[in-house]
Design a protein around this ligand. Structure first.
Ligand SMILES: [Zn+2]
Length: 568
């Protein structure tokens, strides 16, 4: 996950470059890929040996089969630099592979962004009625794992197993649904070796004296002028722009390892080339083919994976099986701190655990999807405070609504046409925004008006007089809940999440519930003594600590707020 080529990644996104590239090879994109596009709804029959295990898809819960949208779903495809209408290879089913983590430490919030982004996609596809097979791997053998394990005197396999478990803990906290399959390198060695053998048989690999096996980029590019298309890179530039130390044993500096011969003390597996372990890229080619077949719908990951990981994955998959094809390549943007990418290798990162010590997981999730998945997102405490405040408002409104509905048995009058229009507006805004390449910030913004109406109906004199109030509240509640479910923001228990949000706010301000109660009591005493300067000062001090005091007919209470002395 950490391999970084920022300069190239930046360049990769400049569309003009890919045009230049295609002009040079006289292969425009439309021509290059049109012959590969699968027309109709049947999955192409593969002649490749790496046939998929029987593909199991997740059933969408409580949904009828088939699509039920007004807006057609469009996804941005990194390969074509265009938003394209989503058409699965097999009608009603989606195969999706997302590159997973290398488990040698706790995940940082850059990882959280990847898996929350693809969790929203997963949930949305199921909401549309698709059966989805979501494959997300663990790179559980890697240089970083071996280095960390040896530094800590721990067995590398045990270390990676431990951090696979920690990854699951983080994912559960963030309400990311479990993937359908989580293949690990250590349990897929035979399919990896088999794929390397196919690559060798087809003439795209070579073996060094020590048993290292390399992929020959020259051999591949000779027959596949599309090499470099995903990253929008010129093949010649690959050579000239190589930033890694030149390894004289390689035929081309851009060649990459398919198999690494064993070094002393490292975990190793038997292979036709001797004891060793796989290179990084080959695992995803092999495991995606094993679980989804050579052709599948969506392949995703962070944008730092576009080059070299995904570009080389395409090369390996096509070198092993000429029919290999991914329909949509999706990449999410970075999390930045002061406009620099957050990553372990740069040392400017926060782990998910560190953030969750201070902020609720739903606040972090709301913060992450408050920006479109392809845009960069800048992390700051202020932004997390804003997201926490918003989360509290959404959940408090829903809790008040649930309380009101449960304590009123009489349904009242049916909704007016005006009420219906508001519900329809929310529905269509959700459908069109999500269908437009998962425009989650627009969906979140579209919740503002319905939530305001809900609060009016619940708490204002005029709202309470509305005859269709209960029917309207019920309809608003159902719509908002469904949207939150697709965004992965529907809590298991509203009272519990509100309590947890209050608890996090107290932790951030270094106050206890008792401390706040004492201040509220002192403020009441000051007010009783008509010492308003003092009572205001108490209120303002609490507000600067993120505690908003509220006077209600039932007495004085408090809720978390953005600390008044904080700015972005
Ligand atoms: Zn991968």
């Amino acid at each position: 996950m950490e391999t970084l080529v920022p300069k190239f990644v930046h360049r990769a996104l400049i569309f003009q470059r890919s045009l230049v590239f295609h002009r040079r090879f006289h292969v425009p994109f439309a021509q290059t890929y049109s012959h590969l596009r699968v027309v109709g709804s049947s999955r192409p029959i593969s002649t490749c040996a790496s046939s998929a295990r029987s593909v199991q898809y997740a059933e969408p819960e409580g949904k009828e089969q088939g699509l039920h949208v007004d807006a057609e779903f469009h996804l941005y495809n990194t390969m074509t630099r265009n938003k394209e209408r989503f058409q699965p290879l097999v009608a009603g089913k989606v195969g999706m592979y997302v590159c997973g983590v290398t488990p040698y430490d706790y995940c940082h919030i850059g990882h959280a962004r990847v898996y929350v982004s693809f969790d929203v996609l997963y949930r949305y596809l199921m909401h549309l009625g698709f059966k989805v097979k979501y494959v997300r791997n663990f790179t559980d053998v890697d240089d970083k794992i071996i280095a960390r394990a040896s530094k800590q005197g721990e067995d590398p396999v045990a270390l990676s197993a431990r951090f696979c478990n920690e990854f699951h803990v983080d994912m559960e906290a963030l309400q990311c649904l479990p993937a359908t399959v989580e293949p690990r390198v250590t349990t897929h060695m035979s399919s990896i070796i088999k794929m390397i053998e196919q690559i060798m048989e087809n003439g795209y690999g070579y073996v060094l004296e020590n048993g290292d096996v390399y992929f020959s980029v020259d051999k591949y590019a000779e027959k596949h002028p599309t090499y470099g298309c995903l990253a929008g890179r010129d093949f010649d530039e690959n050579r000239a722009g190589e930033r890694v130390a030149i390894d004289e044993r390689k035929r081309n500096p851009a060649d990459f390892a398919l198999w690494k011969s064993a070094k002393k003390g490292e975990p190793a597996w038997e292979s036709p080339w001797g004891l060793g372990r796989p290179g990084w890229h080959i695992e995803c080619s092999a495991m995606s083919a094993e679980h989804l077949g050579p052709c599948f719908d969506i392949h995703g990951g962070g944008m730092d994976l576009i080059f070299p990981h995904h570009e080389n994955e395409i090369a390996q998959s096509c070198a092993a099986c000429s029919e290999s094809r991914v329909s949509y390549w999706m990449h999410n943007g970075f999390v930045t701190i002061d406009a620099e990418k957050m990553s372990k290798s740069l040392g400017n990162f926060f782990t998910i655990r560190e953030v969750l010590e201070k902020y609720h997981p739903m606040s972090l999730r709301l913060f992450l999807i408050g920006t479109h998945y392809r845009s960069p997102i800048n992390y700051s405490n202020y932004q997390l405070e804003k997201a926490s405040d918003r989360a509290y408002y959404i959940f408090q409104t829903l809790e008040d609504c649930a309380h009101c509905l449960s304590s009123n048995a009489d349904a009242g009058s049916p909704m007016s046409s005006e009420d219906n229009a508001c519900i329809e507006k929310l529905q269509s805004s959700f459908q069109y925004s999500m269908a437009d390449d998962l425009l989650t910030p627009a969906v979140i913004a579209a919740l503002s008006e319905p939530l305001r109406i809900m609060n009016d109906l619940l708490h204002t004199k005029q709202g309470r007089k509305n005859k269709s109030r209960l029917a309207y509240l019920k309809a608003l509640q159902a719509e908002i809940n469904q949207i939150l479910e697709v965004l992965g923001l529907l809590p298991r228990s509203l009272p519990q999440v509100l309590e947890e949000l209050r608890f996090k706010a107290l932790c951030r301000s270094n106050l206890s519930n008792e401390d706040v109660d004492i201040q509220i009591k002192k403020r009441a005493e000051a007010r009783a003594a008509k010492d308003y300067d003092r009572s205001d000062k108490i209120r303002d001090t609490l507000a600067s600590q993120g505690i908003a005091v509220m006077d209600t007919p039932q007495g004085t209470t408090w809720r978390p707020c953005i600390p008044t002395n904080m700015s972005d």
